[in-house]
Design a protein around this ligand. Structure first.
Ligand code: SF4
Length: 452
């Protein structure tokens, strides 16, 4: 769940304004939706409440990706009904409202993902706005739910792929890219407002612009194509760190690696491989499953030796055999990925994967997950150790009395490790400092600030 309480969404609270309590569940893409809804609400004079109790209304932005996420969403709606009673539900689960109404018939309204206007209309009906044009102005960059120094930049909605374990295309539809100029304008506003790191997200970042046939749009004095490489190059010119998430290993990604080696964008790629066995990837219908991934990774590292690769995998996919699982472990050893997450397959209702093979027994899934993590921890620790003795630029996320915590270019917020930084002078959140790395443990680095 997003920690909205630490965001700047609560600033300038007015005693007489209608108050809304907001719960944001799910992935960064859902968080961006929450930001948009909250920005609109704040611009209309609504205030945010830190608690359900005493608020005029609760909005729950749900996640419907996995059954466990659905259960969490339903529980959050239940809590909101108990503590407040007036609840509007939106987000991925809202695409199938009966799932919510069957359990919680008392909710006021249910709207689907990206239906900002419907959410606002439902709010207006439940609690009419009290507009004050002098007090209700929001900052030009909107309200960010992330800390001030980094922000997610959503470049498209939906997905053209049909991975068999995923119902996102069913929930969110086919790929719809935002024109490059629109994305760049938002990014520029964010940077002007103090954002130091832009995290580019979508369901499939490498497919950006396919739906628009890479049409150019006007940005400053030039035309910029709606295309992964062109957008990455322009974003890299804005003066902030630019980090790419959800990229698939298609050949055209190679040119973006060149931008990384030139220092235009961060040498970091988040590629959800999900598996390495060709037969499992085929059953998963993964994008770029036919690509020679190991060769591609080697080529990328030759172009950009400091490249950090993060990925996620699924173990226990229906029909996964011992041999297929061993292929995955061998890939892990050879690929030498820096950061890896692993999930045990969960049969999401409505996903075709459930019928593609025999379900893998829970004990086997547990056992495979454990073996996977053991191998990867060794690989990750080995790669981290190579950083001891180097100097890394670190962006500071939080400061304590003696040690600050930040992230190097190799660490995305929330999902990767951190760098613990000792310093002679107090550091500020959002500051980027040079740190001499002195020690590595399984996930994190430790060092001293040597350049400010
Ligand atoms: S790429 Fe696959 S897993 Fe990702 S959103 Fe699209 S269909 Fe789902």
């Amino acid at each position: 769940m997003a920690d909205i309480a630490s965001s700047d969404a609560f600033s300038s609270a007015r005693a007489d304004a209608p108050r809304i309590s907001f719960v944001s569940l799910g992935c960064p893409k859902a968080l961006v939706d929450s930001e948009r809804i909250i920005t609109s609400l704040r611009s209309e004079g609504y205030e945010l409440s830190r608690h359900h109790e005493g608020a005029d209304l609760v909005i729950v932005n749900t996640c419907g990706f996995l059954d466990s996420a659905k259960a969490e969403s339903l529980a959050a709606i239940g809590d909101a009904l108990k503590e407040n009673g007036r609840v509007i539900v939106t987000g991925c689960m809202g695409a199938e409202p009966e799932q919510i109404r069957d359990v919680h018939p008392g909710v006021l309204a249910v709207t689907g993902p990206q239906q900002y206007e419907s959410v606002l209309a439902a709010v207006h009906q439940a609690v009419p706005p009290q507009h004050d044009p002098f007090l209700d102005l929001v900052p030009a960059q909107g309200i960010k739910l992330t800390p001030r120094h980094y922000a997610y930049l959503k470049i498209s909605e939906g997905c053209n792929n049909r991975c068999t374990f995923c119902i996102i295309p069913k929930l969110r539809g086919d790929l719809v890219s935002r024109p490059a100029a629109e994305v760049l304008r938002e990014a520029e506003r964010l940077v002007a407002a103090g954002v130091k790191e832009l995290l580019v997200i979508s369901q499939d970042t490498s497919a950006y612009g396919v739906d628009l046939k890479y049409a150019p749009s006007r940005w400053k004095d030039r035309e910029v194509r709606t295309r992964f490489f062109d957008l990455a190059r322009e974003l890299g010119g804005l003066g902030a760190w630019v980090r790419m998430h959800y990229v698939y290993p298609y050949p055209h990604v190679d040119e973006v690696i060149g931008l990384m080696s030139e220092g235009v964008i961060l040498p970091y790629l988040d590629i959800p491989f999900q598996h390495a066995s060709p037969s499992v990837l085929k059953r998963m219908k993964r994008p770029a499953a036919q690509e020679k991934t190991l060769a591609r990774i080697q080529a990328w590292r030759a172009i950009c030796p400091e490249l950090t690769l993060r990925s996620t995998f699924i173990v226990g996919f229906p029909g996964e055999t011992d041999a297929e699982f061993e292929e995955l472990l061998a890939f892990l050893e050879e690929a030498g990925l820096d950061r890896v997450g692993c999930f045990k397959y969960e049969p999401v209702a409505g996903a075709p994967a459930n019928d593609l093979g025999a379900a893998v027994a829970d004990e086997v899934k547990d056992e495979r997950w454990k073996r996977f993590m053991e191998v990867q921890q060794r690989v990750s620790a080995r790669r981290l150790k190579h950083k001891v003795g180097t100097r890394q630029q670190v962006i500071i996320d939080s400061v304590g009395p003696t040690v600050a915590v930040g992230r190097s270019k190799a660490d995305a917020p929330e999902i990767d490790g951190v760098v613990h930084v000792a310093a002679r002078r107090p550091l500020r959140v959002g500051e980027i400092v040079t740190v001499k790395i002195e020690r590595a443990d399984a996930y994190d680095l430790h060092g001293t600030a040597v350049g400010y």
